[in-house]
Design a protein around this ligand. Structure first.
Ligand SMILES: Nc1ncnc2c1ncn2[C@@H]1O[C@H](COP(=O)(O)OP(=O)(O)OP(=O)(O)O)[C@@H](O)[C@H]1O
Length: 624
């Protein structure tokens, strides 16, 4: 909307006819009050020069309406034509307008055929003179003349149509510019409002120039706060310090309206000058929620705990008791040591405890301590800072302890953990904080630790392979997972669920199992526990015909494979490796290594296994 302020009737009529189309919205006003009371704020105002200053407190652009030297020349010419006699022109106007007219006259004196004097209203004096004068004043100053010359000697000058048109053109282009600025402002506001962070910005004088809804909500601001000093709302705002020092302040923690928030304050610097400051802040709980969801995404890519305690199959007394005990342990935050032969389902219990605990919504991360070389295990667990070692990722990397914050970290095969890392782990468990490899920062962590082993740790301590202080620290709650041979009653239920799972996997439809199969399964010793059973079922499914598993196939399977399985499981692939006598497999590996002159790639090749498996087995059998 274009507002015309205190323009005279004649100008009003001319402006109205110039704007006589539906394209423009305009109004005439005679007081500031009537403008501020109007339902629409004008985008631009046209006001005669003496009244422009009234708009100083308002952020509205004003186009100044003033007469120009041509308007005076025309007036003088018209007066002469009417037969007026004068040999002097005295022009009386407001200071600014007077200055402009005087300058214009100096630059282009032609046109006025007698001397011209320019004065302001305050200095208008009616000197008696030999030379008759004509006193001219712009129409908007007529009412305010301090001294009034005798009638007939003074005349008002009205702006010509050309002057009015120029002012109007200026106003229209300003309005278009304003409209564009408003559109940009709305866009910026929408962008800032769409941020999850609360944002508030101030100018050099610490007046609020931008604030989003989140900031209003967190700071409890309401109404129109733009343009108000930030100290009206936050008396000792730290933004004042940032405006003064020009230094950013990141990660400050404060309590605002009983909420803990994390604040960043950043100076806005233009050409080395601090021209304002912007602060973005967030409730700590929001940050925690975000962390959770990032971690959740991590889980979705394979690190999620999926097994609940109730999904662990088994109806036997022993497994039911173990599940009850695990549920009880889930209630506490203490470290759990899960022991049991390999393949008994220790990891499933670790997942079950996590999901049963108050940390269920947090991350569950697992690492097999036997599967990684010492230095890699260390950086996986504790993370590293940039430049900690050659090849360290830029920006460093958080370790599993950090990533598992708020959740559970499962350390499988803890018995295989190198002694040096055991020391590091003990410190983390005691202090509940980690320091990344090569770093200085101490990072507090809230992680529940569950460890598992199939080794007899007391024996390992006696052999000097495991630290006793760490053992006492982790052995707070001990969950013993029973071997499958101690709970043969569970085999039918396990069998059923595994067949169903494999049917889905292999798109088969096994419907019946010959009943003679069950005694075969009950007689077996199951050194590889449930994992071995899973292998057997897989083979049974592959051997099945017409949707049926035949007992004779299973018998053959056991007979043919008995030896190799026995060797496989009893010699340490998955079973307890407590024997001090070297197993045949260990001997085979030792021989292959010697033959290959300790070239592991070559040895692995002759043994028919990949390097990682060889490496793992060497660790398992403690072959140097
Ligand atoms: N009660 C059970 N119900 C269903 N599947 C089970 C059960 N117990 C174990 N399994 C299956 O047996 C396999 C071995 O389980 P898991 O890895 O948890 O054993 P583990 O004791 O941690 O073994 P290791 O000591 O070798 O790490 C997995 O495939 C698991 O799904």
């Amino acid at each position: 909307m274009i507002a015309f302020y205190k323009v005279d009737k004649s100008a009003e009529t001319k402006f109205a006819s110039l704007l006589d189309t539906d394209d423009y919205h305009f109004e005439f006003f005679s007081s500031i009050q009537s403008i501020t009371d109007h339902r629409m704020t004008p985008s631009v105002v046209i006001a005669p020069e003496p009244f422009v200053h009234e708009f100083a407190p308002y952020a509205i652009p004003v186009v100044t309406l003033s007469i120009d030297i041509r308007d005076i020349r025309d007036k003088v010419a018209r007066l002469r034509n009417k037969g007026k006699h004068f040999s002097r022109v005295v022009l009386c106007a407001s200071a600014k307008e007077r200055d402009w007219l005087q300058k214009e006259h100096e630059l282009e004196p032609g046109g006025i055929d007698c001397p011209c004097q320019f004065v302001t209203n305050e200095f208008l004096s009616l000197q008696a003179s030999e030379e008759p004068a004509i006193y001219l004043t712009p129409v908007w100053d007529a009412q305010s003349l301090r001294v009034r010359p005798p009638s007939g000697e003074w005349q008002v000058v009205e702006p010509s149509l050309a002057t009015l048109t120029r002012a109007l053109q200026q106003a229209l282009s300003l309005e278009a510019y304003q409209r564009e600025r408003r559109r940009e402002k709305l866009l910026l506001e929408a962008v800032v409002d769409s941020l999850h962070d609360a944002v508030i910005a101030v100018d050099r004088q610490s007046r609020i120039i931008l604030v989003n809804e989140q900031a209003k909500m967190l700071l409890g601001l309401s109404g129109d706060v733009l343009g108000r000093p930030i100290t009206d709302y936050i008396p000792h705002s730290d933004m004042l310090r940032v405006l003064k020092t020009g230094r950013q302040e990141l990660g400050d923690v404060a309590t605002v309206m009983d909420r803990s928030i994390v604040i960043n304050r950043i100076p806005v610097i233009v050409k080395d000058q601090v021209v304002g400051a912007v602060s973005n802040f967030k409730e700590i709980t929001d940050i925690q929620k975000m962390e959770m969801s990032v971690r959740k995404k991590l889980h979705d890519s394979g690190l999620e705990a999926r097994y609940r305690l109730e999904n662990i199959i088994g109806i036997s007394e022993t497994i039911r008791e173990t599940k009850q005990q695990a549920a009880l342990f889930a209630k506490s935050n203490a470290t759990v040591l899960i022991t049991g032969e390999s393949g008994t389902g220790k990891e499933l219990f670790a997942q079950g405890i996590h999901l049963e605990s108050g940390r269920a919504l947090g991350p569950f991360l697992a690492v097999n301590c036997a599967a990684l070389p010492e230095s890699l295990l260390e950086s996986e667990l504790f993370g590293y800072e940039e430049g900690a070692f050659t090849g360290a990722k830029k920006g460093g990397k958080p370790g599993l302890f950090e990533l598992a914050h708020g959740g559970t970290l499962f350390l499988d095969e803890i018995g295989e953990m190198p002694l040096r890392i055991q020391v590091h782990l003990l410190r983390v468990l005691q202090e509940r904080r980690v320091r990344r490899v090569g770093g200085e920062r101490i990072i507090p962590i809230d992680v529940r630790i569950i460890v598992a082993t199939n080794r007899d740790l007391e024996r390992e301590i006696a052999k000097g392979h495991f630290r006793s202080d760490l053992y006492y620290r982790i052995n707070m709650l001990n969950l013993e997972v029973p071997a499958l041979r101690e709970r043969l009653d569970d085999i039918p239920a396990l069998l059923e669920s595994m067949i169903q799972e494999m049917n889905e996997q292999h798109e088969q439809k096994i419907v019946t199992l010959e009943s003679a199969i069950y005694p075969l399964l009950q007689e077996h010793h199951w050194p590889g526990n449930v994992r071995e059973l899973r292998n057997v079922v897989e083979r049974m499914v592959l051997l099945s015909r017409d949707g049926k598993i035949h007992a004779k196939d299973v018998a053959l399977l056991f007979q043919g494979k008995k030896k190799s399985w026995k060797a496989e499981y009893e010699n340490g692939e998955a079973g307890m490796t407590n024997t001090d006598d070297e197993s045949p497999e260990a001997a085979r590996i030792r021989r292959a290594l010697e033959k290959a002159k300790h070239n592991r790639t070559l040895a692995a090749k002759t043994l028919g296994m990949d390097r990682t498996t060889l490496w793992r087995k060497m660790k398992q059998y403690r072959i140097e």
